[in-house]
Ligand binder design. Sequence first.
Ligand SMILES: [Zn+2]
Length: 239
Amino acid sequence: MLLLSLTLLLPYPSQGQAKKNSTLTRIDILNRATALNLAPVGTLIPDIVIDLKYATRDNFTSQSLYPPDMPCLLHRMTLSRLKQAQKILRKKKLRLKVWDAYRPPTVHRQLWAAAKSSTYLVPPEKGLSLHCYGVAVDVTLVDQDGQELLMPSRHDEFSSSASSTYTGPNKVILRNLKTLQKAMKKAGFSTIKDEWWHFTNMEAASAKIITAQQLGIQLPGKSTRKAKPVPVAVPITRP
Ligand SMILES: [Zn+2]
């Protein structure tokens, strides 16, 4: 059972003389990802837009938590579902934009340390986000020019506006949200109530927590810069 499989995997098994993580190329990292059932989103869905917020300072911590060349990865089964969603949206001349996909457990813990909100963030001692399994994805919609469509809130906006049940007066926002949700649900994703951008696909029974070390991803060093004291919207509801 996926939800009970919270035990961290052992370090990636070496094949003969394993390379040190510091010497890994992007191809090495992607090969490791493949061996762990993760696949690069942009390879399978070339017209998707990837904008990993945690690879920039444009997130609630104001720090880059991923390296700038962080690969956008998902469990291969979840990625297959995302491809279906993009296919549905393509007919409407729309595209998905990915704000977050696979997330290393270390980053989950950094988010928790910055936010400490058990309302929106899984306390690390109790578990980890489904992003750490590669079976959750944060997405919004963009048009063919890459312009974001109006949605209820920004990514990681901690307010009632982030609800997946929009109750505001703006019919354009409601229509955009429904279009996204309809495509994602039809492709096999579930929503959670507190984050309209967060979708999960639980069919990958083999999914396990994967660490940055296993993949050979070098995460940025810890910054002493103080994070904004606001909670973060990270999945806690596990359908
Ligand atoms: Zn999420």
